[in-house]
Design a protein around this ligand. Structure first.
Ligand SMILES: *Cc1c(COP(=O)(O)O)cnc(C)c1O
Length: 452
């Protein structure tokens, strides 16, 4: 165990390029990959990873990258967090699998207790655990349909809920997630999102909700709606933060209509936005909450948590899966949650916002190509447009992101129009390292979008 701690510490928290990017060993692996891995799976970075610690990823050629992506909002607690590593090692040595549906174990129960404590609302709750965010969302829909005996599911423009058949239907964007993969699951109805940057100026959250719900009432019928499913802040859709009042209005409508309000907190959950869950920022208490990404420090684990009467409406045996709530993943989740609590990583996310927002706003003023800076906590984005318009500039977005990669900073893009730079640093990132990454971002903008 001390060995592991020593090795984790050995990942110096610095950006350092020692070869060209990608280096020779990464190029070798890329050639092997081309002959073995389907080209249908893409990768953001041109380099192959050897190890990682904290907020730094080291490639096979010895280059150190500052991670502003966290493997898509997963390693919030940092890469190889010592407490998580120790918990995983202890659990691996004890037992790796029994299948909770065959031989149950404490870790699954303890994670479910934590989810009941941490998710919004103090009502009686139950949880089921799964392997991926998509699986949690699918099961949320299954629960809502059984509990309401209705079938329609309402989702939003720009939504992302996964890549399985049902979740493809729930996801908005055709390319690359849906194109050619249909037919999709039925009884899914899409309505407009509150997207302040692209809505009529001044449109309130209540007005945006009324616009969406009018379509539901006229085209679906409130009495047919099993669930309204929404990301409190959209992830892949471009970190779209709805106008204040939008989420509460949707939740109120659900309560009045007998529909289940599902918050998909797979990306926003676990301290990412400066609170345990993003729904808290608006005081919304969802009936069901889905979780995954940041929950288990990099191990695959997902949760569906919500009102006991909803989850317990399903017949015994109706939910489950071979690996769902795997004991090693549960041990990782318990250590991750303990670390988040002890180190106040929600506070750390707010400190990241305080450091990053002024820098992004300064870039916005200087370059004229950033139409909107938005987000909460350590989930921040810059939407790139042609100067003076709202016209998306995906080409410039990709060029800036690539320039960051070439200089040793891992950045991600998002958005229906591919024109959003999104930032999801590990919550444990040091202020100096973050400032260095932002200097690299500044230089990338200076090179590709010179002021004026
Ligand atoms: C990533 C994501 C999913 C899907 O999670 P997977 O683990 O990739 O299946 C679902 N919902 C949201 C909001 C996500 O960000």
């Amino acid at each position: 165990m001390t060995d592991v701690l020593a090795r984790t510490d050995a990942v110096t928290q610095e950006r350092r390029l020692v070869t060209e990017v990608p280096g020779p060993r990464s190029r070798e692996l890329a050639a092997r990959r081309a002959g073995a891995v389907t080209s249908a799976v893409g990768s953001v970075l041109p380099v192959y990873v050897e190890r990682a610690g904290g907020a730094v990823v080291v490639d096979v050629d010895g280059n150190s990258f500052i991670d502003l992506g966290s493997g898509i909002a997963v390693t919030s607690v940092g890469h190889a967090a010592p407490e998580v590593v120790a918990a995983v090692q202890a659990q691996v040595a004890a037992f790796t699998h029994t299948c909770f549906m065959v031989g149950p174990y404490e870790g699954y129960v303890a994670v479910s207790e934590e989810l009941a404590r941490l998710t919004p609302g103090d009502h009686e709750k139950r949880t089921a655990l799964f392997n991926s965010g998509a699986e949690a969302v699918e099961n949320a829909v299954k629960v809502a349909r059984v509990a309401t005996r209705r079938s329609a599911v309402v989702v939003f423009d720009h939504a992302y809920h996964g890549r399985t058949n049902l979740t493809m239907a729930l996801t908005a964007k055709n390319m690359p997630y849906k194109n050619g993969f249909g037919p999709f699951a039925g009884e899914v109805y899409r309505v407009p999102m509150s997207y302040p940057f692209r809505d009529e100026p001044g449109m309130t959250g209540e007005q945006a909700a009324a616009r969406a719900l009018a379509l539901v009432e006229t085209q679906v019928g409130g009495e047919n709606v099993a669930a309204v499913l929404i990301e409190p802040i959209q992830g892949e859709g471009g970190f779209v933060v709805p106008a204040p009042g939008f989420l509460p209005a949707l939740a109120d409508w659900c309560a009045r209509s007998g529909a289940v309000f599902i918050a998909d907190e797979v990306q926003t959950g676990f301290c990412r936005t400066g609170a345990w869950f993003a729904a808290e920022h608006e005081g919304v208490v969802p009936d069901l909450v889905t979780t995954a990404k940041g929950m288990a420090g990099g191990l695959p684990l997902a949760g569906l948590t919500g009102r006991a009467e909803l989850l317990d409406a399903v017949h015994t045996g109706g939910l489950g899966g071979t690996y769902g709530g795997n004991p090693v993943a549960c041990a990782a989740a318990l250590a991750t949650i303990a670390t988040m609590r002890e180190q106040d990583l929600a506070g750390a996310a707010r400190a990241i916002e305080a450091a990053m927002l002024p820098r992004l706003r300064a870039l916005q003023e200087r370059t004229g190509v950033i139409g909107d800076v938005r987000g909460r906590g350590a989930m921040l984005a810059a939407e790139i447009v042609r100067p003076g318009t709202t016209e998306p500039d995906a080409g410039l977005t990709a060029a800036i992101s690539k320039a960051c990669h070439a200089e040793g900073v891992i950045t991600l893009t998002a958005g229906t129009f591919g024109n959003v730079l999104r930032f999801l640093p590990p919550l444990v990132i040091g202020q100096e390292l973050l400032a260095d990454a932002l200097d690299v971002l500044d230089a990338a903008f200076a090179a590709h979008a010179p002021a004026g």
